[in-house]
Design a protein around this ligand. Structure first.
Ligand code: DX5
Ligand code: ZN
Length: 221
């Protein structure tokens, strides 16, 4: 288990009319990452935002930009998401023919590289790719929408990733995404996750600073 727990509020749940102030508030509440959910309407049945929004937000905050690409053939857009200001890029195993090449492409572009699997994809498919990963993201909902119910039955994937990290002598982070909040943050950490995405449970709350503090303290309790 990694000791340092990182909170990554998801922009998807923000109030876009007040987003600059909300980003300052989540930072004051202890958030270190901003999770940026990019959806193309093909890989997932929803469309969110893309490069220009990230570029604009980059001027408003120094939070670490954790970009989650839910797009088909992410290799087409890596350079643009890097130049927009991403610090880390996650793409989906299911979205490309050559995931190893995409992981290398992201690192070669100068940012951290991560890969994710949907709930129905076994985590074993990632095993040979782990040396190329700075982080692995385990989806705890079907990707596409915020506000869904946390799938506790994904925790064995997190446990396996933590075990393999020891066995292989690697140091990747393990992130969970979907339905994470005060009720299950500790379970995620005990299973082996150290980066927690929180949409509705942080940026969806009236006081985002207090909500960030509450999820972090539940995770560490
Ligand atoms: C789902 C996204 C999530 C989502 C999380 O496709 O990847 O990052 O914004 O939102 P909550 O925490 O509300 O499930
Ligand atoms: Zn996400």
């Amino acid at each position: 288990m990694k000791d340092h727990i990182i909170l990554a509020p998801s922009l998807l749940a923000a109030n876009f009319a007040e987003v600059g102030a909300q980003l300052a508030e989540i930072k004051a509440g202890g958030a270190e990452y901003l999770h940026l959910d990019v959806m193309d309407g093909f890989f997932v049945p929803n469309i969110s935002f893309g490069v220009p929004v990230i570029k604009s937000l980059r001027k408003a905050t120094d939070l670490f930009f954790d970009t989650h690409l839910m797009i088909e053939r992410p290799e087409r857009y890596i350079a643009q998401f890097v130049s927009a200001g991403s610090d880390l890029i996650t793409f989906h195993y299911e979205a490309t023919e050559d995931p190893a090449a995409v992981l290398r492409q992201i690192r070669d572009a100068g940012v951290k590289a991560a890969i994710s699997v949907k709930p129905n994809t076994p985590v074993e498919v990632l095993r040979d790719l782990l040396p190329l990963c700075d982080m692995v993201l385990v989806m705890t909902v079907e990707p596409g929408f915020g506000g869904q119910k946390f799938m506790a039955d994904m925790m064995p994937k997190v446990e396996k990733l933590a075990r393999w990290r020891e066995e292989l002598g690697l140091s990747y982070d393990i992130e969970v995404d979907g339905g994470v909040g005060v009720e299950n943050a500790r379970l995620c950490v005990e299973s082996g996750a150290n980066v927690l995405v929180a949409g509705s449970s942080v940026l969806g709350k009236p006081s985002v600073r207090e909500a960030a503090q509450a999820v972090l303290s539940a995770a560490k309790q």
